[in-house]
Ligand binder design. Structure first.
Ligand SMILES: Nc1ncnc2c1ncn2[C@@H]1O[C@H](COP(=O)(O)OP(=O)(O)OP(=O)(O)O)[C@@H](O)[C@H]1O
Length: 276
């Protein structure tokens, strides 16, 4: 049974049609890769699944619940794109990871021993135990990503969404994140991860969904990587059998990026409808 269910979702930003009838089922126990060029709607789809953007049409259910309710219940965790985080925010790495525990702490937000233990465990798993007291902006790009992955782990969510977790990270950080996502999936969680890195896809994901305002393909990774599927996804006239090189493949598309104020802490996007 899918835990993330997206039915015929349409999202418009004014004149821009960002999602045009997206339907997707994401199953637990698998790592699902979400692939698409710049501007294809990956971040918008994540924000819609998180209830941060309300679709103009269609619906999203997470374990049968509306996104805002699922978020309040801590069922779903989100690792945002780096550009969406205010890195000057005066919080330590430990504070960021503790945010994953907020849902369990009631209104007082007073961490209990179990919260501290979960945070320490998550920091250890992403190899950031020695950086816990640093201000979040004083980490390297790869370390910042790992800090947010740790927040997702500490949250102990059944569903985890990661938006470009490999952008700007070195091979070692990438390998750490890939290994953690595998562990989470093997543990029965639902993992949906967007990436430009098609080379890493076979190592990373069990299945892949190709997005260009709508889902063009969803199935086995080897099928997804077939030249004709990539050509449609990346809007190429011809593909020579090699995979396009990630970040540049959509360079002709305007890359407007999302609003910069919607992540640290879980604050709203400009189209936000839910104030959680
Ligand atoms: N807040 C916004 N206001 C207006 N247009 C937006 C907004 N956010 C995204 N868009 C537009 O919606 C479309 C989809 O953007 P989105 O960020 O979802 O794509 P993406 O696949 O995540 O891209 P990237 O790979 O560059 O991160 C793009 O055309 C983008 O310019």
């Amino acid at each position: 049974m899918p835990t993330i269910q997206v039915d015929d979702v349409v999202v418009r930003y004014g004149e821009v049609l960002a999602l045009d009838g997206v339907s997707l089922r994401v199953r637990p126990g698998r790592v699902t890769g979400l692939i698409g060029m710049n501007g294809s709607g990956k971040s918008t789809l994540f924000k819609t699944v998180m209830g941060m953007v309300r679709p103009d049409r269609g619906r999203v259910l997470l374990d049968g619940a509306e996104p805002a309710a699922a978020r309040r219940r801590g069922l779903v965790g989100y690792v945002p794109q780096s550009e969406e985080v205010d890195w000057a925010f005066p919080v330590s790495v430990r504070d960021v990871v503790m945010m994953g525990r907020y849902g369990r702490q009631g209104l007082t937000r007073r961490p209990r021993p179990a919260d501290h233990a979960a945070v320490a465990d998550a920091l250890g798993r992403v190899e950031l135990a020695d950086y816990a007291d640093r201000q979040i902006g004083q980490l390297s790009g790869g370390q910042r990503k790992r800090a947010f992955v740790a927040r997702g782990i500490a949250q102990d969510a059944r569903m985890l969404l990661l938006d470009e977790p490999f952008a700007g990270v070195d091979k070692r950080s990438e390998a750490t994140i890939v290994r953690l996502l595998r562990e989470l999936a093997d543990d029965g969680r639902t993992v949906l991860v967007s990436t430009h890195d098609l080379h890493a896809l076979p190592r990373l994901a069990d299945e892949a969904a190709l997005l260009l305002r709508r889902v063009l393909f969803h199935g086995e990774v080897s099928e997804a990587l077939r030249p004709e599927n990539l050509a449609r996804t990346f809007g190429l006239d011809a593909v020579d059998g090699s995979v396009p090189d990630g970040g540049e493949s959509g360079a002709d598309q305007p890359d407007v990026g999302g609003p910069a104020d919607d992540v640290l802490p879980d604050a709203p996007a400009s189209r936000e409808e839910e104030s959680a």
